[in-house]
Design a protein around this ligand. Structure first.
Ligand code: PGA
Length: 273
């Protein structure tokens, strides 16, 4: 982690947890966060949870009932969002629909959306534009497949995903951007990318932003790692200078493991934010 960027620990619940289950989890997490004293709360990472869309309104209400210590931030986020404002798009959820229930963040282009629902770098770009136009914080997911890694194409794939995904967006617009580097071969497989290699690729992403967007954007943008992150490896991942946070699938489903990982996202007391 870097002292100039607030770390982010995000849980992607995928298609897990019914509304009652989600409420039990969130209540427990809010109670834990609530019990943190003001002094301890300094340096806490921003916490994000991406549950299924059906649960978002009720979870947003539940969250409002718990005032958290001032320096603790918990964001509820969608796992996906349509780029159009409204229209005949059966089954889709618009940016305005999310905002109307108090949701102001979303994942974009998760590899499972790309793999099973034909999302591409072009649709990522459309969704990213829509999110930024509506003031929704985007977490854009990119990463190479095993085949691409074995063919030595990792850095080129990342560059291509960024080039198309971020097309036509200015440095000013991209200010709030969060990127999640999630090597597809590490997602849900138990095969974590070694921390130094994850750090290297996150650095490649930042170097691309510096060259193609702006040095200020590269400095401000948070780059998360995701793919079989768990309490056993999260401390080491979070100690890497280019890794600003984690996007966690399986290990975010239990409050205990997620809480440990939140702890690993805390900045040392000497950090400025
Ligand atoms: P995993 O999933 O932690 O279960 O590998 C990560 C993700 O899909 O975001």
């Amino acid at each position: 982690m870097n002292p100039n960027r607030r770390p982010m620990i995000a849980g992607n619940w995928k298609m897990y947890k019914t509304l009652p289950e989600a409420k039990v989890f969130l209540t427990a997490l809010l109670e834990q966060l609530n019990s943190i004293s003001g002094e301890e709360a300094a340096g806490y990472p921003e916490v994000m949870i991406c549950p299924n869309a059906l649960t978002l309104p009720a979870l947003a209400e539940l969250q409002q009932q718990h005032a958290l210590p001032r320096s603790i931030s918990l964001r509820l986020a969608a796992q996906n969002m349509e780029s159009k404002d409204e229209g005949a798009y059966t089954g889709e959820i618009s940016p305005a629909m999310l905002k109307a229930v108090g949701i102001e963040s979303t994942l974009i282009g998760h590899s499972e959306r790309r793999q099973y629902y034909n999302e591409t770098d072009e649709t990522v770009n459309q969704k990213l534009q829509a999110a930024l136009n509506h003031g929704i914080l985007p977490v854009v997911c990119i990463g190479e497949t095993l085949e691409q890694r074995e063919a030595g194409q990792t850095d080129a794939v990342i560059a291509q995903q960024l080039e198309t995904g971020l097309k036509d967006l200015t440095a000013e617009q991209l200010k709030p951007l969060v990127i999640a580097y999630e090597p597809v071969w590490a997602i849900g497989t138990g095969k974590v990318c070694e921390a130094d290699e994850a750090n290297r690729v996150c650095g490649v992403i930042r170097a691309w932003l510096k060259q193609h967007v702006s040095p200020a954007c590269a400095e401000a943008c948070r780059v998360l790692y995701g793919g079989s992150a768990k309490p056993e490896n999260s401390e080491q991942l979070m100690s890497q200078p280019e890794i600003d946070g984690l996007l966690i699938g399986g290990a975010s489903l239990k409050v205990d493991s997620f809480s440990v990982m939140i702890q690993h996202g805390r900045q040392p007391a000497t950090c400025s934010r």
